[in-house]
Design a protein around this ligand. Structure first.
Ligand SMILES: C[S@@+](CC[C@H](N)C(=O)[O-])C[C@H]1O[C@@H](n2cnc3c(N)ncnc32)[C@H](O)[C@@H]1O
Length: 200
């Protein structure tokens, strides 16, 4: 990471970018929420680090083409921005052979999602092919079937290096309430994509 220009999309309070600064990276944190950016400023001051914060949507980033070696997010913009706008924007911002890495909930999680209970249950409730925009009072989430993700990446010159489907180990316990640990042992609730721009 040392010396790399890194963009975090949907940085929230900026904990990942703060850690990357300590590894020698040059991060930029972007979030559309001014409140989250205030939290990031406070956390940066406490950690005694400094890097640029930008208030903008990841669908329309006010930065130059090919400015970054790495674009990433951890449950940041990739859950909440339109992938048809977001993936081309990531391709534009990355340099040749740049890395795009992001975590988000899976299409599997989304087909089990119960909007009334605001939880993923044990029954498939939604159509895998059609459940792309998931809206409640607080937020709008976006999702695509796996084949469409891959076609969208390829159309934007990305090669898939890995898709990690997170699964807790048999002895794992968790205080994280996205899904019960037993649920996540049987089905992937979250995954991490690792993509390379212009791999050849
Ligand atoms: C679940 S939080 C995760 C924050 C951070 N990545 C973390 O690991 O704690 C999602 C963040 O994405 C931001 N966000 C949502 N939609 C966005 C968009 N279109 N562009 C930029 N940020 C967005 C939210 O404001 C929020 O700070």
């Amino acid at each position: 990471m040392a010396g790399k220009d890194v963009l975090e999309l949907g940085c929230g309070a900026g904990q990942w970018s703060i850690s990357l600064t300590k590894l020698g990276a040059r991060p930029v944190g972007l979030d559309l929420s001014p409140r989250q950016l205030d939290h990031a400023r406070q956390a940066m001051a406490e950690a005694e680090v400094d890097f640029p914060l930008i208030e903008a949507s990841a669908e329309d980033v006010p930065l130059d083409d090919e400015s970054f070696d790495v674009v990433f997010c951890d449950h940041g913009a990739f859950n909440f921005a339109d992938p048809m706008r977001l993936v081309p924007e990531c391709a534009r911002l990355l340099r040749h052979r740049g890395l795009l890495a992001f975590s988000m909930v899976t299409p599997v999680f989304d087909i089990f999602w119960d909007n009334e209970r605001e939880a993923a249950g044990d029954r498939q409730l939604n159509n895998y092919f059609e459940h792309r925009v998931i809206e409640d009072d607080e937020s709008v989430d976006f999702q695509l079937p796996y084949g469409e993700w891959i076609r969208l990446f390829r159309a934007n010159e990305f090669v898939v290096e890995d898709l990690i489907e997170l699964r807790p180990s048999p002895d794992a316990t968790s205080s994280y309430d996205l899904v019960p640990v037993e649920w996540a042992r049987r089905l992937p609730a979250e995954h991490i994509w690792k993509l390379r721009k212009d791999a050849s």
